[in-house]
Design a protein around this ligand. Structure first.
Ligand code: DAH
Length: 343
């Protein structure tokens, strides 16, 4: 009887002393103590030879043995796992780095930055305004009261039932903010995103970008506007570029004009880009209406000024001959990669 107990205790001691340090030894341990033909099974069957009163004691010893074997196995396995991991996962700090794929600037950003650069050379600073606008800044102060038919010119994303709040439909709203908050002389461009409720197509999108320009001082004339636009067109599209002004209408300028540049693809002789006309439109402009100046508390007798607005997408499409506006919003790297190092 004592022999049976001694044997079991010897196995317990062996389990406690065991240190299976590699995968092979661990597997040996598992087969020996936990496998389908493990040594504990023989010890269990020896229980039958014991008298009833010692059976309970022996049963407890068997449970201890089993628990010890399982605990040892789990403990050694966990140690082996973390050991294996740490040897592969601690990075080799001397290894050369993975090449990090560099992004490229979006063509809209490239052209926006170029426009900022061109205008800053002739003293225009950069300002920005909010994309969520109120009625006053987007429409009313710009000579477009609620009942004005010119409001139909832009399909607006209104944000409130009373049409008091909206996503700005143009960056002209920033002009108003600047004139309200600063004293002339003002000479700034205001780039930003605008929103219009339009069906998305190759030529139109519900969101796009504009650069607004504003110059307010004493004695600012239409000649200053013309020369500023001429300078911009030549810097942006090349020295041979010509410009022309077509009479137009905007509620916030008087007189108003549309600006065309000579087609820099065909030089004016006619091609698909200019639809055989020799000219392409790049934006709208005009002399700031005195009513707008007064709305912004600027003395319209003393001061005058010009303003202009150009679509960045439009300029980019012309410059790089991109024929689908939607490409700008897909962020397909194959398109973006073509602008690596542009401008
Ligand atoms: N806000 C006009 C538009 O979105 C563009 C524009 C035209 C801006 C004439 C101006 C301007 O500042 O003088 O179509």
């Amino acid at each position: 009887m004592q022999e049976i107990f001694d044997k079991a205790n010897a196995v317990l001691a062996a389990i406690n002393d065991a240190k299976p340090s590699n995968a092979e030894e661990l597997e040996q341990f598992r087969i020996q103590y936990l496998g389908s033909k493990n040594v504990l099974k023989d010890l269990f069957s020896a229980m039958a030879q014991l008298p009833g009163e010692r059976k309970k004691e022996y049963g407890q010893l068997m449970n201890t043995l089993k628990a010890a074997a399982e605990a040892k196995y789990e403990e050694q396995k966990a140690a082996a796992d973390t050991g294996a991991k740490s040897s592969t996962e601690i990075p080799d700090l001397t290894a050369p780095g993975y090449p990090v794929a560099m992004g490229t600037r979006h063509p809209i950003s490239i052209v926006k930055n170029k426009m900022i650069e061109i205008f800053s050379r002739i003293g225009f600073t950069v300002a920005e305004g909010p994309e969520v606008e109120d009625d006053w800044h987007n429409f009313t102060a710009l000579g477009t009261p609620k009942d004005h038919p010119a409001r139909d010119m832009q399909d607006t994303f209104y944000l409130s039932e009373d049409k008091e709040w909206m996503l700005r439909t143009h960056t002209s709203s920033v002009q108003v903010r600047m004139m309200e908050n600063q004293k002339p002389p003002l000479r700034m461009i205001m780039p930003g995103r605008v929103y219009r409720n339009e069906t998305i197509s190759a030529r139109a999108h519900c969101t796009f970008h504009q650069v607004e320009g504003l110059y307010i001082d004493e004695n600012v004339s239409f000649a200053d506007l013309k020369q500023t636009m001429f300078y911009f067109a030549q810097e942006m599209f090349g020295r041979d570029t010509q410009i022309r002004f077509r009479p137009s209408f905007f509620p916030f300028t008087e007189p108003s004009a549309e600006i065309d540049i000579s087609c820099f693809i065909c030089g004016g002789s006619g091609c698909p880009v200019c639809k055989q006309s020799g000219w392409v439109e790049i934006g709208g402009c005009g002399m700031v209406d005195p009513v707008v100046l007064e709305n912004c508390k600027i003395d319209a007798v003393r001061y005058s000024g010009f303003a202009f607005g150009m679509g960045i997408e439009r300029i980019t499409m012309l410059k790089y001959q991109i024929n689908d506006l939607r490409l700008f919003f897909e962020n397909d790297v194959r398109l973006l990669k073509q602008f690596e190092g542009a401008l």
